[in-house]
Design a protein around this ligand. Sequence first.
Ligand SMILES: [Zn+2]
Length: 183
Amino acid sequence: MGTEVWWSSLAAADRDLLGLLDAGERARVESLERPADRGRSLISAAMLRTAVAAHLGIAPADVVVDRTCAECGGPHGRPRIVSHGTPAPSVSVSHSGLLAVVVLVPRGPVGVDVQRLDDLDDPAAGRAWATREALFKAGEPARGDVAVSELRPPLPGYVAVVVAPAGQEGAPRVRHWPRPIPA
Ligand SMILES: [Zn+2]
């Protein structure tokens, strides 16, 4: 199995999704002041759990996500899946504007970044920006170990780049969650 890409939009944000999250994730969502920030945090966390659950064949609420920050030990680090017995996939999450994206690979470095071009000082540099961010999230891997590719966001006005282990078979499998995103 290769790279899986899951897209969602703020339109999917629904309080019912809070039931999928753990206490730390719920606290994080509820600590955010702006509704758009809450919505992005909610759909990102819920979609991450749903994608990993589908991959592992378990329930979303049973997915264990470690968000320990490598710098300070706080609960706001890049997510890492903890699984006992089965190998845990590597994941990366990004959101911007109306979109959220989760990328999952069976193993190895992964990083994804989506940017709404209007939010950038220089929209023409959007792809370079997203590439830097995705490489950073993947842990600055050696260039020969990874493939850097552009994703096609489901809405116009965005750019997205994914960094995944080199040599994976086939194109990424793309899903819209929980329903197709009308462009
Ligand atoms: Zn920290």
